[in-house]
Design a protein around this ligand. Sequence first.
Ligand code: NOJ
Ligand code: CA
Length: 541
Amino acid sequence: MYDRWYQNAVIYCLDVETFQDSNGDGIGDFAGLTSRLDYLAGLGITCIWLLPFYPSPNRDNGYDITDYYAVDPRLGSLGDFVEFTRHAHERGMRVLIDLVVNHTSDQHPWFQAARCDPRSRYRDYYIWSADKPPDADQQVVFPGVQQSTWTWDAQAGAYYHHRFYEHQPDLNIANPAVRAEINKIVGFWLQLGVSGFRVDAAPFLIDIPSFQHGDAQDRYQYLRALRETLSWRRGDAILLAEANVDPQTLRQYFGDGDRMHLLFNFYLNQHLFLALVREQAQPLIESLRALPPIPPPCQWANFVRNHDELTLDRLTPQERQEILDAFAPEPNMRIYGRGIRRRLPPMLTGDRRRMVLTYSLMFTLPGIPVLRYGEEISMGDDLSLRERESVRTPMQWNDQPHAGFSSAPGEDLIYPPIDHGPFSYQRVNVAHQQRDPTSFLNTMERMIRTRKECPEFAWGTWQIMDPGTAQVLALRYELEGRTVVTLHNLGRTAQRVRLALGSGAPRLIDLLSARQHELPEGTPYELELEGYGYRWLRLVS
Ligand code: NOJ
Ligand code: CA
């Protein structure tokens, strides 16, 4: 039962174009990424998730695709992709890729054919309307940058639907030909060795106008159909969906374990930030209680930050404001009226204890961790860049020019590496931290190793404990008679923690340090937890 790799994976997310440039053109590429695989293996990563690397006009960081069956030539060839996948497998790491089929680029040949000719077989690949629907200007995903969800196309003589930017027309998955196309894309990449897909914008993918009048279940049936195709083609492949919806609706995405294998836990993520701001465990406790139970073959994917804004849309306006005031006090740090375009370390003003506490939570909350490149060395952001680009600067490998990312002249770089302030590559980089046993990188590496040795976090049943202080989150995990307890002090002040551990557990081993505690039979366990302190404890009888 405990052999489903994705239920205990450690995922590392990266964008090929900002990771490592191998040929000096200023753009990261597959050959560069392949040369860094030993680093990722050393960190303990078991699965790499690649952001879109397909041919693209790149108006949405590659989420605007013009060819689903190829690699952006700037990043390499299909051959380079297969070499990379092979070398990742050699080191025991699987590869996930982004499946972006809610929309294409408006430059995709399908859209070009569709807009020119109403009789084209591609016309019905997209969603058209003779009139602009009355609610067209509501519910835009990128307020302030995007005007509408329906845009007039003069060539087509009709409005087309797009949930995201106007250069991203939505595909019509009610059309069987589009479904067949998606199956073909999935089959193609599985054949090339990937272990699954991150399903981009899952709620929008299935929420298309022609479905709105039918049975609400129809749209979720599509997720099942997609899953069936995937599992038939490759039994151990998985779907990891981006579905930032309310807790009740999340259940639909798991189905009976026959739809998505993994869901990003956006709900927990937003409450994590609320808990950090308030220095209280309550928001985490409430969100853990509000989330639906998950079917046995499924799992949550926990994260701290991703390549987008930190969205706070599941919180009340007042809760959102608390976080914005604390972590994004300046207007330039905010975006889309609901989020923050910063990485974690600058939000926490570089407070190392608090940063480590946050990642300790990510590694131990029920589910699996998804780390984003640069988080393991506490990289910062560049607010002079546009929109979400602030959090997409190149990986900081060393203190050499351009952070060791590229040998290209500065003006050729895809983005400039961060070269000033406390998070500059001269101060924050892999090479320095590898040589320092107490570095952030080595702390993260040790946490990853320990996490992998604790299958309780992935498969155990968990329970919220009462530590006798509202500042501390205490969780107890049990799996086949083995028990781990985690403690996280969200506040800056030291707290006295008191836990009733029951009988038969006379010894507690601290998994991250040399501390050990003998417990006299029947007494509650007591300890002093320093401000922003954390413990991973195994009970041994
Ligand atoms: C979600 C992706 O995470 C985001 O980066 C992108 O802009 C939208 N989907 C549109 O593809
Ligand atoms: Ca390159």
